[in-house]
Design a protein around this ligand. Structure first.
Ligand code: IPE
Ligand code: IPE
Ligand code: MG
Length: 253
């Protein structure tokens, strides 16, 4: 069984929750405001969610903040979003660090401008030894890109004679992904009513539970997070089996 998977019903909450934070633009549009205002309010929802997740005992929170496809947006929106990330690292990092949050960034960081890359490295280095919660920020992240980069790394190792092609299995491929060492998310939440995965954690979410909520990301609050966790608690996870007989016996008692 791959890492992060546990058979049977998860009685306690998920330890790794991933969120596709969607709907900033529509939130603004509905109010006759520029999309940028939606993104600004989205950053507030992000701060709120990190705090709530910590309080609710979530150990790992992964947030999809910018996809490899989001570069297709108008340049002004792209630079605004990059600016928000910079501001987040500049202004929030000290506070996150004080709260014991470890930050890790996944995505194609080598494609980023040096300034952004250094920002990302600084955030990771500063919070490296923190243990309260792990905040994974998916930035310039695309799952297909991540898998292709992992495949290229493995191919390089084979070509260099350090690895036999036959040795490549699920565990080895996992270990070359940006999420190496992280357990798979048990729960993926997407806001704004869209029911698609948009190139997010395709490999890692193979057996995740999905909760889709119509709430637009800037409105996502503690109640919305708790509702998603409650929905997760009602799911029966089977991983292709028939459920854990011990679990079922306990459930019947
Ligand atoms: C999510 O909100 C933020 C990012 C994808 C960066 P959107 O900007 O996608 O908002 P909608 O989907 O247009 O409402
Ligand atoms: C997914 O949202 C990416 C992030 C939340 C960062 P999008 O708004 O980019 O997704 P699509 O285009 O609706 O699929
Ligand atoms: Mg969107």
């Amino acid at each position: 069984m791959s890492q992060g998977q546990r058979p049977g019903r998860d009685r306690d909450g998920p330890s790794h929750v991933a969120v596709i934070m969607d709907g900033n633009g529509r939130w603004a549009q509905m109010r006759g405001l520029p999309r940028q205002e939606g993104h600004r309010r989205g950053l507030e929802a992000l701060r709120r969610t990190v705090k709530n997740a910590g309080e609710l005992g979530i150990e790992i929170l992964t947030l999809y903040s910018f996809s490899t496809e989001n570069w297709r947006r108008p340049p002004a929106e792209v630079s605004f979003l990059l600016g928000l990330l910079k501001r987040f690292v500049d202004k929030d990092l000290a506070e996150l660090h004080a709260a014991g949050v470890r930050v890790r960034i996944i995505g194609a960081r080598l494609d980023l401008a040096p300034e952004l890359r250094h920002l990302v490295e600084r955030a990771e280095a500063m919070t490296r030894d923190n243990t309260a919660m792990l905040l994974v920020v998916a930035f310039n992240y695309g799952s297909r890109d991540e898998i292709a980069r992992a495949a290229a790394r493995l191919a390089g190792e084979v070509a260099a004679g350090r690895l036999a092609a036959e040795a490549i299995d699920e565990t080895l491929l996992s270990s070359r992904l940006d999420t190496a060492d992280l357990p798979d998310p048990e729960l993926v939440i997407r806001t704004s009513g869209e029911m698609r995965i948009s190139n997010f954690l395709l490999w890692q979410a193979a057996y995740a539970e999905f909760v889709f909520t119509p709430v637009l990301w800037p409105d996502f609050d503690r109640a919305a997070l708790e509702a998603a966790l409650a929905e997760y608690g009602r799911r029966e996870r089977r991983f292709g089996g028939l459920g854990d007989p011990i679990d079922r016996a306990v459930g019947a008692a």
